[in-house]
Design a binder for this molecule. Structure first.
Ligand SMILES: *Cc1c(COP(=O)(O)O)cnc(C)c1O
Length: 851
């Protein structure tokens, strides 16, 4: 090699006219879930396809002209090309009748904000679960033809590439994306020039470029500050996902929230429903309120108007995980805002606080500014209701507005191709129209066991090929010998994939306890190293570069993997991303998850595994708490939350070992003469039958639509009608209730009876001091339920008292005559709370007084 400078010039092929629509396919993330589109590219040049990281747009810039010319005249290729285009055109133009949008108006539009979006490995603007969930939400919205747009940031550096050295140290490499190669395009205005917006930051304005990506029917708008007009510091706002310090974080969140609203305005989109996925985007409400205040609405009414049409989904299980900023920072960035909203600094800060708190917390802001809130699994909904209880101080967490909608995964993205082929044959093509029909999927049991098993084995074998290829690169980079590599790969035989294989892959955050299985290494040895019934475990995952304990987990796994007896049976594979995830979840036999209960908000990788017939062995936390039904996998019961951590680890790891040794291993190796275990196949089928229709993004998006989007549209319209008369009315009413509520009291007048006979009527009388409220401003009610252990308030029947007159003392009398239709011991409570028809949730005021 000479010592001169090397210059590079890219020579882009000319796409032959016959194949011109390849460019269209490369610019629609439809390819992220349509495998035949991806194969179309990869078949042209498989090795280039791998080199460009499965990126169709980049591929088209680098593929050899001669290959394109040949393909343009190759009947086989053209037939393939035509069939992909025909599917693509059907997806984009044929009508669908799925009822998913029932209740929405023609001009309704959902705007969905998120800090990261994960569609495909070729589009690196995601880090993990949150982003992939957001991507799946958009994909399902497209499938269902929901009127829907996404809003996010276009990072030059998405998450990092990971390598792991011999000592188990994680090395990170960030590379800059060239936006030319990503499936994005600048949004152009009417005059044909690129759309720019501005966002104020202290003493300056930041100019923002708006990009768009096409996800089937959905448009995702992405913001970018890397422009010559901005200072170097401001250009870096969109430099890196989850990089930098608190200052960068607040700038990114201002950009997403405030810039996002402006970008939608600039492109002429008028959302009627606003959904923020996690608190990062909560500043969005401030901008919307500012717009209303500028139009002449008062602050309190603008808050009501904005909140009525806003949905907030929280994903965090620990209060410390909620984003928050110090007052000095808020002052620096939002000083102008207090004035624009025509409120004091204290009123402004209150939006981000609850009783006694000091920081400005994005979750508090998100809840103050939304009327629809949810966690992402049943358990997590309850946990979030507890974490956020102070926002509704007089309401028991089990009754407060924090609801739950359990996550789902986009089935076309994560269901391995072999399954649709098999379903087409055994269920008929219309299975695609029955994705959420729980009864329909029991038909899977009619698939012959040996065919079912052969799909499972095919997927496992594909996974083993990938793992072998990755490990070969990994070992050679770490200067391992051929002999070493052979030893490492001796259990990964794709031709004969008959060793029970467990997978554990996710972010290496400490609460996910990646090393729990190492708690008793001797026991683990006895389970894994049995010659007749060996077990292999594959680990993969990234730790955030600032997460030192997370990186220790990687070193620990590496250390155990290098113990001579585990070599080859315990594998650590680097650079976990969507591609490896798709392979692993479908290809291993058992998917492990052992978080510290209740810290796994949902977890979605286990769903991806379950829909592919991979069996879950997990702690009953997150989604598995409701997904497990006793016969579709295995469950570890978490120890009590108040038990000390070391003991809990001990107990739960013990439970893991016992389950593996007594159930998982014997079931897998009890093979019949055809070479597989009928009991295993039965369980894998049960897993698909029970999980496939339930844990899909289609079900999730339908649930968001019916529970939240439709009511949010209705409330938003109701509050905005007649020059915001609804918003004004509810704001004024709430202000009055807040002023008077402290003086409201309730007492019982009748003498409680201990015992009555069935059929007897009982009269209950209470006196309420309304302190200036009107009788119609409150509801007085009885909650009654048969006495039982552990009933929750939600199980009680509610019976309203009638207003019956005013006492001389000024108290209002309410009475109820009740003839119980139940026998036995009944528990009941009596309470009063403020009520107004315009309220979105009956307890959104957070006020209640009990007798
Ligand atoms: C599904 C997925 C996740 C989320 O996994 P959890 O089970 O929530 O930890 C993270 N990373 C990738 C690449 C995924 O595909």
């Amino acid at each position: 090699m000479s010592s001169g400078t090397v210059f590079t010039i890219a020579v882009n092929p000319k796409i032959p006219p016959r194949l011109l629509r390849l460019e269209e396919l490369a610019n629609d993330l439809w390819y992220s879930w349509d495998r035949s589109t991806r194969s179309l590219f990869s078949r042209l040049d498989p090795s280039l396809w791998a080199t460009v990281g499965h990126n169709p747009k980049d591929f088209l810039k680098r593929v050899d002209e001669s290959l394109l010319l040949r393909a343009a005249e190759d009947q086989v290729f053209l037939a393939n090309y035509n069939s992909v285009l025909s599917a693509y055109d059907s997806y984009h133009s044929e009508p669908v009748r799925n009822g998913a949008t029932a209740g929405l108006h023609p001009d309704d539009r959902v705007a969905y904000f998120c800090f990261e979006f994960g569609f495909h490995e070729s589009f690196p603007i995601y880090s993990g679960g949150l982003g992939i969930l957001a991507g799946d939400h958009c994909k399902a919205a497209s499938d269902l033809r929901l009127p829907f747009v996404g809003v996010g940031l276009l990072y030059r550096q998405g998450y990092f590439f990971q390598t792991i050295d011999n000592l188990g140290n994680q090395r990170v490499t960030y590379t800059d994306s060239d936006f030319e190669d990503l499936p994005v395009a600048p949004v152009l205005g009417d005059n044909g020039s690129e759309v720019r917006i501005e966002v104020e930051m202290p003493q300056r304005k930041v100019v923002v470029k708006v990009w768009q990506a096409k996800i089937g029917h959905v448009t995702l708008y992405l913001l970018d500050t890397n422009l010559a007009e901005n200072s170097p510091e401001d250009r870096d706002i969109t430099h890196q996902l989850y990089g930098g310090d608190r200052n960068l974080r607040i700038k990114q969140e201002i950009l997403l929230g405030i810039g996002g609203v402006r970008a939608l305005r600039a492109v002429g989109i008028k959302p009627t429903i606003w959904h923020i996925n996690e608190g990062h985007a909560a500043f969005m409400m401030l901008e919307r309120m500012r717009n209303l205040v500028q139009e002449g609405l008062d602050f309190a009414s603008s808050l009501e108007a904005v909140a009525a049409s806003t949905v907030f989904t929280t994903h965090t299980s620990v209060p410390a995980g909620h984003d928050h900023f110090g007052d000095d920072m808020m002052d620096a960035y939002f000083e102008g805002f207090y004035r624009d909203l025509e409120i004091t600094r204290e009123e402004f800060m209150a939006l981000g606080r609850v009783r006694g708190s000091h920081d400005f917390n994005m979750t508090n802001l998100a809840i103050h500014g939304s009327r629809f809130q949810n966690g992402v699994s049943k358990i997590h909904g309850n946990v979030s209701a507890r974490i956020c209880r102070d926002l509704w101080p007089q309401i028991e967490p089990e009754e407060n507005p924090m609801a739950h909608i359990t996550n789902g995964v986009h089935v076309p993205t994560f269901l391995a191709q072999e399954w649709p082929d098999l379903f087409d044959r055994y269920l008929g093509y219309e299975w695609r129209n029955n994705m959420c029909d729980t009864d329909y999927w029991s038909r899977i049991s009619a698939i012959p066991d040996h065919l079912f098993w052969s799909v499972r084995q095919t997927l496992k074998s594909q996974m083993l090929y990938s793992i072998r290829a990755r490990l070969a690169v990994q070992i050679s980079r770490n200067h391992g010998s051929e002999a070493h590599l052979d030893r490492l790969l001796r259990f990964t035989d794709p031709i004969n994939p008959n060793i029970l294989t467990l997978g554990f892959a996710r972010r290496f955050a400490t609460y996910k306890r990646a090393t729990l299985l190492f708690d008793d290494l001797d026991w683990l040895r006895r389970i894994m190293l049995n010659q007749d019934r060996p077990v292999m475990i594959i680990f993969a995952g990234k730790a955030h570069p600032a997460d030192v304990p997370g990186q220790d987990l990687i070193r620990r796994i590496n250390q155990v993997a290098q113990l001579p007896e585990f070599e080859g049976q315990l594998l650590l594979v680097e650079d976990y991303d969507l591609r490896l995830a798709r392979r692993l979840v479908a290809g291993v036999d058992v998917w492990l998850n052992n978080p510290v209960y209740p810290l796994e908000a949902s977890g979605t990788s286990g769903m991806k595994a379950g829909i592919n017939g991979t069996l879950n062995l997990s702690v009953l936390d997150g989604w598995w708490g409701e997904g497990y039904n006793g016969k579709n996998g295995w469950a570890i019961k978490p120890g009590p939350e108040n038990m000390d951590m070391a003991r809990r680890d001990k107990e739960e790891s013990r439970d893991f070992y016992e389950t593996l040794q007594d159930h998982v291993v014997p079931l897998y190796y009890t093979r019949d003469k055809l070479g597989y275990s009928p009991g295993w196949v039965k369980m894998a089928k049960d897993s698909m039958i029970s999980l496939l229709p339930r844990y899909t993004a289609a079900r999730m998006v339908r649930e968001y639509t019916q529970k939240f989007y439709v009511p949010a549209s209705r409330q938003g319209a109701l509050y905005a009608a007649d020059d915001f008369s609804g918003a004004k009315k509810i704001a004024a009413w709430k202000a009055f209730v807040r002023k008077t509520w402290e003086g409201v009291a309730i007492r019982r007048l009748d003498t409680p009876r201990k015992r009555i006979s069935f059929g007897d009527a009982v009269q209950f009388d209470v006196a309420v001091r309304l302190n200036g409220l009107q009788p119609e401003d409150v509801i007085v009610e009885m909650l009654i339920c048969r006495q039982r252990n552990k009933v929750t308030l939600r199980e009680f029947n509610h019976i309203r008292f009638e207003f019956s007159g005013i006492e001389e003392s000024g108290e209002h009398l309410y009475s109820l005559s009740l003839t119980p239709d139940l026998c036995g011991k009944l528990d009941y409570y009596i309470r009063v709370y403020p009520y107004q028809l315009l309220l979105t949730h009956p307890f959104e005021m957070g006020m209640m007084v009990w007798v």
